[in-house]
Design a protein around this ligand. Sequence first.
Ligand code: PHE
Ligand code: NA
Length: 501
Amino acid sequence: GRAARESFNTRGAFILAAIGSAVGLGNIWRFPYVAYESGGGAFIIPYLVALLTAGIPLLFFDYAIGHRYKGSPPLAFRRMGKGVEAIGWWQVLICFVIGVYYAAIVAWAAMYTYFSFTKAWGDDPEAFFFGNYLELADAPGVVFDFVDGVWIPMVAVWLVLLTILGLGVRRGIAKASLVAMPVLIIMFLILVGIALTLPGSTSGLDALFTPDWAALANPQIWIAAYGQIFFSLSIGFGIMVTYSSYLKRRSNLTGSGLVVGFSNSAFEILAAIGVFAALGFMAQAANTSVDGVVTSGLGLAFVAFPAIISQAPMGSLIGVLFFGSLVFAGFTSLVSILEVVISAVKDKLGWSRGLTTAIVGGACAIISVVLFGTTTGVYVLDVSDAFVNNLGIVGAAFVSVLVVSWGLRRLPALAEHLNAISSFKVGMIWRVLVSVVMPIVLGYLLIADIVSKATTPYEDMPLDFLAVFGWGMSASLIILSIVLAVMPWPSNAALHREASH
Ligand code: PHE
Ligand code: NA
């Protein structure tokens, strides 16, 4: 039948889901470190410039595409121009890769929420994480030695995830963020409150906020700011296109974009305060400088925080709040990533949500558990993240802005669409930012990343491993996206249904 496209009940439900997607591990474990390394308090300037000139304009761009062409990325791009469906599939495949490894991190964080009580890491959190917990193999590769503490919670994560996705936009996605987001915000505020009372916390904040104004003259700092904004808002690879395709016809798009963009940044800055207060405590306890204990990513979450939890008063509570926040922040992002995949297949094949979730979601779950529930999972995860979450998303965003603004010349139509229904109007400045400034910034980021990956083997990993899981995987995504785009639309129904152009 010609079922209408699913939709969010209210604009508030959409905004909450979009914030849930944006606020993820990057806010908690990436931003604090980037800010500290890139000028401390002075970083606020390049960061705000990047938010206003790249983050918000590209959010509007994604919203306009999803809402005007009412489809998952392949359908939306196909409706924009017959030859460009492949760009949409490229975005979908990027989401697929990120989704299958993101689920592993959410599962580890869930296990560490429990370890916060048992303090299973003893007095060597690093040895515990890589050795006892992950049972990391000695060298990169792919073996199928499953690790119970990883694959079992991963199966649980996938079961919850597929249940939510199977329930659909209103009963699944919107409900999940309605529950998870308030819980996340309350847990995180309490965490920051406790962290600020720890002895030594102010030395952490001093280290974070002391501005290094000279850093502003360093182009690397500006690149770090743009990189963080792209990563953090997850723009340019289909997530916001998908969610905005579920918005009702008359929706204030730019108003929503401003709320989402600023909320994500507010959460990021709050996280930096909490993380550095805790690191200040850790430095004081270890009798070293804050500089000696600063880390990001896996090291911050799974090595530094366990040490803090073991030493701090109310350590178990800090642990539950910290790892619980990672679980909730990561999970709502995971929902949005996988929804892109489900939505795209559903649009193209005309399948029902239940069938698509069972078959496509089930396949993603199996691939995810088989690749990342093993003793070599972390190596594959590390390379996939470096190549897809950096190279891939920047490449896809670069091609999208170029093709939409110059190839198809759709910016005037998209601007008109935004302005017809939104409070905040876009004009000449927005078009110049998207069509001129973005290609330059993204092109620069892309070339810099390719050069650095081509000249220094990522983390000194074996070249054949990088060739397969880094370069090979990146190239296969592009080839596969062309194949998927060439495949005919079986029913053609989705293609012609309720098109608004
Ligand atoms: N952007 C989110 C963050 O800051 C995470 C995310 C990544 C969300 C990929 C969707 C897709 O962590
Ligand atoms: Na984010």
